[in-house]
Design a protein around this ligand. Structure first.
Ligand code: ANZ
Length: 922
């Protein structure tokens, strides 16, 4: 077989790898380990498009490269199989999520196998598999059974806390859930079980609380934030309201500082780290209690700028703040009522995003603690109930939103910044000098903050406070297709099920509709929810991120029936060395899995507390859409170059009907019935489409399926081409045109080995020439250097140059061709396996050794030196690299291009810059 029959070759080797379990790994190996992981996909109904495998190809190249470099490589794949789309599909089509998920996984798996990935498929996991989710439930119980000890900054068993309470009460261990709870050992001893359990709930890392969710009466279901638009349900436009439901949460806020500190140890991009820091949102400031005129209650605010206290012109409470009802004056009551009902209809997202200014005066006044000024108290939606104390002191001079508010409602603005405030916009400067500010006048921000905090503390009305933007993570969904909770209720008190009762299997349902009172579908199954002894099961299920928070651990030991992952095995594989995936998971998944890892580490189940050592975010591949221009009101389409003369509508054309920009008009007419009558106004005999780069997606008809690319050009071409598109971490358009070039490159490679016409092999045992060695070793070095810094596209160019050079040199030496195959094989494994076998190897190229470059072979032995005479370029000479200066001088001065300027004399100066240039002054 001397022709490059890539389809046969692809299939042959994919079959071979499967049969021989080439990529199977074990943890007991003397080799150093390397763990390279892809973010596993959610298997959607549409399958993969060419954008999806970009990251998978990059990680596969690294996996193959590291194997060749002598590492024991863990490179697994699986499926994030629980989730809403499957449930939605079930609601709409009556197909059970288990069935549609299974089918989608089969498609994904086939598509992935087509591309020749080196996954150890024996480790495949599916989060919806009871053998997997029993351990998700088990980890949930670890979270439920532990609390965070702030003094040690780590999770400990809840039993330790019970022992502390029995010995000394909670005086040194304030409850994160109930801030004002204080009790001593004797109190604890007297509390009934229900009360003790409730107190413990305030500490547990997985805990039950009540939280508002969007409830839609008409749809009979709870909606996610993004399913509510402009105060009505996105689906159907029905009214929605906030409803308090019992929900599970993870106490991620206790880990805020650990999550921030951990970022110092990991290799993530700066922008990604910044996103995580913003999400945690740690800020420093003070809480200040303001007196309210005529009321005993105080208004507590959180501010990062206590130094601006002399510039406070009004106060704002969130509409949900409990004091609004208490302090509103009779005169303002009607206006406040109207405002509160408006605010109730708005989601937090809308409140944050809208630029619209709204608010209402309560009629009440606060008192400035330092100068006694009366400050009007307002309520407004720009202050969020869930942040800080839900109330602010507003300083229009220094804060933009406060300024806009004051401007809108005609509130006079106090200037505390002197010349630095122009009266037309707020100046949020941190470098100003305080004016008009009583005892802190003349101070800068930092000094002012310290002085005010000290004064507040002296008066007992304020103290330093650190605040976090992040909230505890909601951990329940009123849905069906997720992990059931391993929890039962007795008299409304939740109890963990014993480990022996795991997994709690998701029961089969025929109806995916919501249960009563906003509960999930499981509430419709009394036979399942009610245990014979009267205990009741939890009817919520876990959210989509549960299974993905720890899956990287299960891959290490996927079939373990007695533990989520054996400790000796996780000690061996340890952290993921390289994690590859999209930035859409920058905060959600990555933070939750970092949290779970920290808890498991604290509890001694694993030995590392950051899951991912290094993260690579691949860019997105955009679609290159094609547009046809229909003359408005007609069935006539005008070619792109002529469309300026008409009023047209754009029609997205399926890109499979377009070559470059030229539309196959017959295919278009046959595409859909409404195009059958289409007429075309051509330019130069062709109908040319317009183009536009946009998201790759079905609705733009610009989806390119990897299966088609692989069928047409082979898996190796496809892999190399995806890498060739550009730097891995940038967004870029897909362009099918360019794939031909890469395909030609592989054909050229083949022709180094075979003369296809004469049907004979070309390789020989001849010793390589110095030039051939130089070409090869330069490529070895370049490929290794670039791969180590994840520069995948430049490697493709280097390999192409190498093959071109070897072709020019008519290289046939096996001593060159063999190592060439090894360095190319991570990119193009099928063709390399095939040629490797032709060269006489019986074992897969996967087990070859990676060649080592020899610097001395790379070094050029001659060098070309330009010669300048009086600053002008006059000649060039080629000399051996290590030639003595005197020799070089002799040759240079004898060169005809130089001789004519010397006029027989010795030059005034002769300067040789070694290896670079010669300067002659005459
Ligand atoms: C006075 C002030 C003066 C403020 C000034 C800022 C600038 P971060 O950094 O995000 O923590 N704030 C406090 N609670 C709020 C809430 N629930 N909703 C909306 N805004 C709230 O921001 C803290 C600052 O945001 C606080 O400091 C407060 O305004 C506002 F020149 O107080 B500041």
């Amino acid at each position: 077989m001397s022709t490059f029959a890539f389809q046969t070759i692809d299939q042959k080797w994919q079959q071979f790898w499967k049969e021989n379990q080439t990529y199977r790994v074990a943890h007991n190996s003397d080799k150093p380990k390397y763990y390279v992981l892809d973010m596993f996909p959610y298997p959607s109904g549409s399958g993969l498009h060419v954008g999806h495998p970009l990251g998978y190809i990059a990680s596969d190249i690294i996996a193959r490269y590291k194997r060749l470099k002598g590492y024991n490589v863990l490179h697994p794949m699986g499926f994030d199989a629980f989730g809403l789309p499957a449930e939605q599909y079930a609601i709409e089509h009556g197909v059970h999520p288990a069935i549609s998920t299974e089918k989608n996984i089969a498609t994904y798996r086939r598509q992935l196998e087509n591309i020749g990935f080196s996954y150890d498929w024996s480790r495949e996991i599916r989060t919806s598999d009871p053998e997997y989710y029993r351990w998700t439930q088990w980890i949930f119980l670890q979270l439920f059974d532990s609390w965070f000890d702030r003094s040690q900054q780590k999770a400990l068993p809840i039993a330790d806390l019970e022992a502390i309470f029995a010995a000394e009460g909670n005086l040194s261990y304030p409850s994160p859930g109930q801030k004002d709870l204080h009790f001593n050992a004797a109190d604890w001893g007297h509390y009934p079980e229900a009360q003790q359990r409730e107190i413990l709930m305030g500490y547990r890392l997985a805990f039950l609380d009540h939280a508002s969710v969007w409830w839609c009466e008409a749809l009979g279901t709870v909606l996610a934030n993004d399913e509510v638009v402009n105060g009505v349900s996105e689906r159907g436009g029905h009214p929605v309201e906030r409803k308090k439901l019992r929900q599970w949460f993870l106490r991620i806020t206790e880990y805020a500082d650990r999550l921030l500190e951990g970022l110092e140890q990991v290799d993530f991009s700066d922008s990604l780290k910044e996103m995580q820091r913003n999400w945690v949102g740690k800020s420093y400031g003070a809480e200040i209690d303001f007196e309210i005129e005529g009321h005993a209650e105080k208004l507590r605010v959180y501010t990062t700028r206590p130094d601006t206290i002399f510039g406070v012109d009004f106060m704002v409470m969130a509409p949900e703040h409990e004091l609004v009802a208490q302090i509103t004056t009779t005169g303002q009551q009607a206006e406040i009522d109207a405002y509160l009902s408006y605010a109730k209809s708005r989601s937090e997202v809308e409140r944050m995003a809208d630029k619209k200014i709204s608010g209402c005066f309560t009629g009440a006044y606060a008192v400035n603690p330092f100068d006694g000024r009366l400050i009007p108290i307002w309520t407004a939606e720009y202050v969020l109930a869930g942040y800080g104390t839900g109330a602010i002191m507003a300083v229009p001079c220094g804060d933009e939103r406060d300024f806009a508010f004051a401007h809108h409602f005609g509130i006079a603005v106090t200037n505390i910044l002197g010349d630095q405030f122009n009266g037309e916009e707020a100046n949020p400067t941190k470098d100003g000098v305080l004016h008009n500010s009583g005892f802190i006048t003349g101070m800068g921000m930092r000094e002012g903050i310290e002085a005010v905090i000290e004064a507040l503390a002296g008066k007992g009305i304020g103290k330093r406070h650190t605040n976090y933007r992040m909230r505890d993570a909601g951990f329940s969904r009123q849905r069906y297709w997720g992990e059931p909770f391993p929890v039962v209720f007795r008299e409304n008190i939740p109890y963990a099920l014993p480990e022996s009762e795991l997994p709690v299997e998701l029961p089969h349902v025929d109806n995916y509709g919501a249960g009563p009172d906003g509960q999930g579908p499981l509430a419709n199954l009394p036979a399942w929810t009610q245990l014979p002894d009267g205990r009741l099961r939890e009817t919520n299920t876990m959210p989509g991120y549960a299974g993905s928070s720890w899956y990287f651990l299960r891959y290490m030991d996927p079939h373990n029936e007695t533990a989520f992952c054996d400790r000796t095995i996780s000690d061996y594989w340890n952290q993921v060395d390289l994690y590859v995936g999209g930035t859409e998971h920058a905060v959600g998944h990555l933070l939750y899995s970092r949290l779970w890892t920290k808890v498991l580490c604290d509890l001694g189940h694993i030995s590392f507390d950051e899951p991912y050592k290094k993260l690579l975010n691949q860019g997105k591949i955009g679609g290159d859409s094609r547009l046809a221009y229909r003359i408005r009101g007609t069935q006539t389409y005008v070619s792109a170059g002529l469309k300026a003369d008409y009023e047209t509508d754009e029609i997205h054309v399926d890109i499979s009907m377009v070559q470059g920009f030229e539309l196959d008009v017959e295919a278009f007419r046959n595409w859909r019935p409404d195009f059958a009558q289409a007429e075309f106004i051509l330019e130069n005999g062709k109908y040319l489409c317009g183009g536009r780069l946009e998201k790759m997606g079905k609705r733009y008809f610009n989806v390119v399926n990897p299966d088609d690319m692989v069928a047409q050009y082979g898996a190796d071409t496809f892999r190399m081409y995806e890498m060739f598109l550009g730097p891995i971490d940038t967004d870029k358009p897909w362009d099918t045109q360019g794939i031909e070039g890469v395909h030609r490159f592989l054909r050229k490679l083949w022709r180094l080995f075979f003369d296809e016409k004469a049907a004979k092999s070309l390789w020989t045992d001849q010793a390589p020439s110095a030039e051939e060695l130089r070409v090869l070793h330069r490529a070895i070095r370049k490929v290794e250097d670039d791969l180590e810094r994840l520069s995948f596209n430049t490697v493709v160019s280097a390999l192409m140059m190498c093959v071109n050079d070897l072709t020019d040199l008519k290289c046939s030496s096996k001593a060159i061709l063999e190592p060439l195959l090894v360095i190319l094989s991570p990119y193009a494994p099928h063709i390399c396996e095939e040629l490797w076998q032709h060269l006489g190897h019986t074992e897969s190229i996967v087990f070859a050794d990676y060649p080592v470059w020899d610097e001395s072979l790379i070094r050029e032995n001659t060098v070309e030196l330009p010669i300048q005479v009086n600053g002008k370029m006059r000649a060039k000479i080629t000399v051996p690299v290590d030639m003595e200066e005197a020799e070089v001088r002799k040759i240079a001065l004898a060169d005809p291009g130089v001789v004519k300027f010397l006029e027989g004399k010795e030059p005034k100066k002769f300067i040789l810059v070694k290896g670079r240039i010669i300067n002659v002054v005459v």
